[in-house]
Design a protein around this ligand. Structure first.
Ligand code: SF4
Length: 209
């Protein structure tokens, strides 16, 4: 019962934030060029949060993160790990699409950082997976090439970093590296039954982690 209330409260706060984001005009260029903002998807009780870069063309059209080819590849990666969308929460560092899919500017990342911080705090995962350099820079201050292959800590969350699915579409050989990067997380998730805690809301009622 308590767990259900926690889930309802998380959904309520995230929905309110989603509306706030939709009205946001902090980045002068992005708020003029976007079709819509892209907030997040997945299970607000998930113990694993996947963090991407920014909305792309399909995301800007649908309002949903990680759709299109990169999204399909991410779905396949999740399946290979033995996870589903119910086991994760997915969002981006910035909630709008940069025109021509350019990299978000430092100012745009800073503008959106309050939304991201709060979003992570509400979901309160145990693990965060940074996908690509924009995410790894934002959370652990390193480009993905230097952040891979070790655990990091952001606030009180354990973080690993690997390549973005869009990069894997351009460099399929790097899929093997992503698989290697995810192994420590797959192992700890399995050994500590982490997914059961995230899926089963009744078990979410004790310690929140
Ligand atoms: S990227 Fe973030 S801060 Fe910038 S306009 Fe979009 S929602 Fe607002």
């Amino acid at each position: 019962m308590i767990a259900l209330k926690i889930l309802e409260e998380k959904n309520r706060i995230l929905l309110r934030m989603k509306h706030e984001v939709a009205d946001c005009i902090k980045c002068k260029e992005l708020c003029l060029t976007r079709n819509q903002t892209v907030f997040g998807k997945g299970n607000p009780n998930a113990k694993i949060l996947l963090l991407g870069e920014a909305a792309g063309r399909e995301e800007d059209q649908t309002g949903i993160p990680f759709v299109g080819r990169a999204g399909q590849l991410l779905d396949n990666i999740l399946k290979s790990c033995g996870w589903s969308l119910d086991d994760v929460y997915i969002c981006n560092v910035i909630k709008c699409r940069p025109p021509q899919n350019r990299l978000p500017s430092p100012e745009e990342i800073e503008n959106c950082s309050g939304f991201l911080r709060k979003q992570i705090e509400v979901v309160n995962p145990k693990f965060i997976v940074c996908l690509g350099s924009v995410a790894s820079q934002a959370l652990v201050g390193l480009p993905v090439g230097k952040a891979r292959e070790k655990w990091h800590v952001y606030e009180n969350y354990d973080v690993i970093c690997s390549y973005h699915p869009a990069y894997l579409l351009r460099n399929p050989a790097a899929k093997e590296l992503v698989w290697k990067d995810l192994q420590p997380l797959i192992e700890v998730v399995r050994s500590k039954n982490v997914l059961v805690q995230g899926r089963n809301t009744e078990e979410h009622s004790g310690s929140s982690k």
